[in-house]
Ligand binder design. Sequence first.
Ligand code: TYD
Length: 138
Amino acid sequence: MKNNLPELVDLPKIDDPRGNLTFIEEERHIPFNIRRVYWIYDVPGGQTRGGHAFREQQEMIVALSGSFDVVIDDGDESRRFHLNRSYFGLYVPNGLWRHMENFSTNAVAMVLSSTFYDERDYIRDFEEFMRCSRDNKS
Ligand code: TYD
């Protein structure tokens, strides 16, 4: 998780006939300190969330319930991750464009974030993202 690539992390899963349990410990399963947790839910069919990049925010996205796709673009190519198990976390480094789509009914997307909410951390314009991405690579 040190090479600035998105990565699907297999989280611990304690199987139990009474119901399964999964947990995340910072700096063990996640390479940053958790400053904020938010979740996206009640997404109407066909809707898209995200659609921006973060300058600093790193995050881990978990499908706590249901399923959805996270599409991540590094400026050169785009990768799609289908999240449908609550024991997988998708680590997303900063500096990548990402959006979420194909939400199932009752899907809940939990996002663990390395930063507090700050609108200045967002790049919401794709052309600006491409310019920043090119500048960072040169
Ligand atoms: P935003 O991150 O733009 O949602 P999406 O990525 O799905 O497009 O957030 C939507 C609104 O919620 C925006 O007005 C900012 C606000 N918001 C907060 O106030 N705190 C938060 O932690 C987050 C994630 C969003």
